[in-house]
Each structure stands twice: as structure tokens, then as C-alpha cells.
Design a protein around this ligand. Structure first.
Ligand SMILES: C[S@@+](CC[C@H](N)C(=O)[O-])C[C@H]1O[C@@H](n2cnc3c(N)ncnc32)[C@H](O)[C@@H]1O
Length: 220
């Protein structure tokens, strides 16, 4: 991932944005990321060696299952979303991002009809809860302070069908802090890639049954 500004300043900037009420934060993020995507592929996600290595590592580590419904949250121009769709042709794959400009580029690339892109802010996204794979990569650090991260984590958890997976890919060791609010799920994968360019972690959590889905049978 290219570093347009030192990471410490980058995180401070987005922590500052997260002091706004959630709706205001969403408006600023939408405008910022539409501006950021003013030229195609601003992070060189489609060509950078490090990014290709991260995508290949993630796909290799992803537990082999017959996924039917995949959601990629914070998908930008859909480079990884398209790879997921190619790898899992039997699945309905949806990319979600706050930037319409990024999504228009994602839609303009040839892909299967089962692949679609929807504009939404993670904090208010009212998606279906029926996904057996929810992916969120290189996005959680934009949420800022801990209460927003807690809300975002709750939204992500809620989108995963019981038995499904939440797959997270973020810089290491920052990922430890970013995942502090993932709860009620079982960690089934944790791989740290000690890449000298920038270490990253690929982590998957499996959703248990929802309390509302559990049949409580009364004794005799
Ligand atoms: C660095 S890109 C990651 C792209 C992709 N996940 C990958 O790893 O190749 C981060 C993306 O997150 C999106 N984003 C940031 N905050 C968001 C939010 N609150 N809701 C939805 N998308 C968001 C941005 O628009 C941007 O496209």
C-alpha cells in the first residue's frame, strides 16, 4: 500500500474525523474518498507487487469452503473483489464502499453477473445477515476512535451468517488494536506475514449461532 503521508499522521487525521457524529463522519469519508479516487487506482492496488502478494496470500489462506454469498467491505475499485469472484464463481459477491467514484470503476471492469457493487458506509450499512464470508481489508483504520471501531466491528459481525467467516486483513501489529472489538466469534485463522515492506495479518473469525436463533428447550 502506498503511503501518501506518514502512517502516524494518517491515523491521527481519521481519528479526528471520527470525533464528528457518525453521520457527519460518513459524509466526510464519502467526500474524502471520492476526492482520493479522482485518478484511477490511487493506491496502485491493481499493479503493486506488495498488494498482489497480499491478495495471493489471503486467497491461499482463506479456508476452502463452498461460499455462496461473499461481501467485501471497503472494496475501493474492487481489485480483490474481482479476484474473489473469479476464485468462487458459484458465489454471489458484493463489494461495498463509501465512494461512488471508486465503485463506478469497479463496475466498469468485466466481471461475472453474480458480482455487484453497492455504495454504503460501514457504520450504517443495512445489508443482509446471510453472508457466509465477509471480508474487510485495509479499511478499519479509517474508522478512527474506539467507539466507532466497536460499532463497525458489531456491523461486520452482524453481517455474517452463523457458521460463516469474517476475514480481516490489516497491517501488523496494528491489527491487534483494530480487532479488539471482535467478540462472540471463534478465531480460526491467524497468519502474520512478516513482509519487510510492511507486515500484515490475515485473520478469520467464525460466527457461532445467534442467541435469537438458538432454540431454548425447556426441561420436561
Ligand atoms: C485502502 S482501500 C482498501 C481496498 C481493498 N479492501 C483492498 O484491500 O484492496 C480502503 C477503502 O475503504 C473505504 N472506506 C473507508 N471508510 C469506509 C466506511 N466507513 N465505509 C465503507 N467504506 C469505507 C474507502 O473508500 C477505500 O476505498
Amino acid at each position: 500500500m502506498g503511503k501518501p503521508m506518514p502512517e502516524i499522521l494518517h491515523r491521527a487525521l481519521f481519528k479526528g474525523v471520527s470525533l464528528l457524529p457518525a453521520r457527519g463522519q460518513a459524509v466526510v469519508l464519502r467526500r474524502y474518498f471520492d476526492w482520493w479516487h479522482r485518478s484511477p487506482d490511487p493506491w496502485s492496488l491493481g499493479s503493486d507487487d506488495y498488494e498482489q502478494h497480499k491478495y495471493a496470500t489471503t486467497l491461499r489462506l482463506l479456508p476452502a469452503r463452498a461460499y455462496r454469498s461473499i461481501l467485501d467491505v471497503g472494496c475501493s475499485e474492487g481489485v480483490f473483489t474481482h479476484l474473489l469472484a473469479a476464485e468462487h464463481p458459484e458465489a454471489r459477491v458484493t463489494g461495498v464502499d463509501v465512494s461512488e467514484r471508486a465503485l463506478n470503476r469497479a463496475r466498469s471492469r468485466p466481471g461475472p453477473p453474480s458480482l455487484r457493487f453497492t455504495r454504503a458506509d460501514l457504520l450504517s450499512f443495512e445489508g443482509s445477515r446471510a453472508h457466509d464470508l465477509v471480508v474487510c481489508a485495509e479499511t478499519l483504520y479509517y474508522l478512527g476512535r474506539h467507539d466507532r471501531l466497536r460499532l463497525a466491528s458489531a456491523r461486520l459481525i452482524d453481517l455474517v451468517h452463523p457458521g460463516g467467516l469474517l476475514l480481516l486483513v490489516h497491517p501488523w501489529p496494528e491489527a491487534r488494536e483494530l480487532y479488539a472489538h471482535i467478540s462472540g466469534m471463534r478465531q480460526v485463522l491467524h497468519h502474520v506475514e512478516h513482509d519487510p515492506r510492511r507486515p500484515f495479518a490475515v485473520t478469520a473469525f467464525e460466527a457461532g449461532p445467534r442467541m435469537s436463533d438458538v432454540n431454548v428447550s425447556r426441561p420436561g
